[in-house]
Design a protein. Structure first.
Length: 131
């Protein structure tokens, strides 16, 4: 799945660039939306993020493209690779600014981890086939 966000002044840190915490929120939200679309009848919660790597700072006015793809599935969890690209004002091509993996666990009403269904809609895998 892909998602887009426009960086505005309220997203900037005291140095005038995108605040890392805001980017992490968008990464978690975009990956969660993908997991929720892939497993529509499941309650999915974030279990963790691996190796958070900020590669470049991001300027005000940039359009961020989030690319989220499933990378590993367990019995109760699924992991998505997330890569973020920035298309900044005046640039002719986007650059990769961030990568991580986000793991989600399916939980029941009491918060206990439970098995994922055998099959999902895996819309993100279908999107890979179209590329």
């Amino acid at each position: 799945m892909e998602n887009y966000v426009h960086v505005r002044p309220e997203h900037l840190n005291h140095h005038g660039f995108l605040f890392g915490g805001v980017l992490l929120m968008w990464v978690d939200e975009s990956a969660w939306m993908t997991a929720s679309l892939d497993y529509p009848d499941c309650t999915m919660v974030t279990a963790g993020m691996d190796k958070i790597i900020f590669k470049h700072r991001v300027e005000n006015g940039a359009i961020l493209r989030f690319v989220i793809r499933p990378s590993k599935k367990g019995r109760k969890s699924i992991q998505y690779g997330v890569t973020v690209f920035s298309d900044e004002p005046g640039n002719t091509e986007e650059k990769e600014v961030f990568t991580t993996s986000v793991t989600f666990v399916r939980i029941d009403q009491s918060g206990k981890a439970i098995n994922l269904p055998e099959r999902s809609t895996l819309r993100s895998e279908l999107a890979n086939l179209r590329e």
